[in-house]
Write a protein that binds this ligand. Structure first.
Ligand code: CO
Length: 166
């Protein structure tokens, strides 16, 4: 179980570097991320959330969508051909206690590598598209609250700061 960095930890704003070594250390990180995500009842977790600033994240939306059952690992992801719009109420293991509707692309194509470095591609829509975009944002130091309107963000961060100071 890895420690999850939480807002307003400045390390969450760091931009992660591409993965270049697909070795046992990296596989161990992915495995530990999965343990951490499931223990926290999350449906996605990005490496920088656990203090490893490399471009990798995991997603498992099977608890929300029974048609999807597998743990998916995305390394060095690149999004293209996004289209459509979806408003989904998001939360984040790094922003405990907060949730808000975020607008994202409803349909995406993501090219990425698996844990062995093999090229992969995925077309996704709905929750899987939302989850992969949310996790990918972490690799660029962006939290879902950064995607909100200024007013909504102010209200939400005020609430979070208040909760933190208890
Ligand atoms: Co998150």
């Amino acid at each position: 179980m890895l420690e999850i960095l939480t807002y307003p930890d400045p390390r969450l704003k760091q931009i992660s570097k591409p993965v270049t070594e697909f070795d046992a250390n990296f596989h161990s990180l992915l495995d530990q991320m999965a343990v951490t995500m499931y223990a926290s009842n999350g449906i996605g977790l990005a490496a920088p959330q656990v203090g490893h600033f490399v471009r990798a994240f995991i997603v498992d939306i099977s608890s929300q969508d029974e048609n999807r059952t597998r743990l998916m690992e995305f390394v060095n992801p690149r999004f293209s051909n996004g289209k459509g719009k979806i408003d989904f109420e998001e939360a984040c293991l790094s922003v405990p206690g907060a949730s808000e509707f975020v607008r994202r692309k409803s349909d995406i194509v993501v090219d990425y590598q698996d844990r062995f470095g093999n090229p992969q591609s995925l077309e996704a829509s709905g929750l899987l598209a939302v989850a992969t975009q949310h996790e990918n944002d972490h690799l660029d130091g962006i939290l879902f609250i950064d995607r909100l309107s200024l007013l909504k963000r102010k209200l939400l961060t005020k609430k979070i700061t208040k909760a933190l100071s208890l």
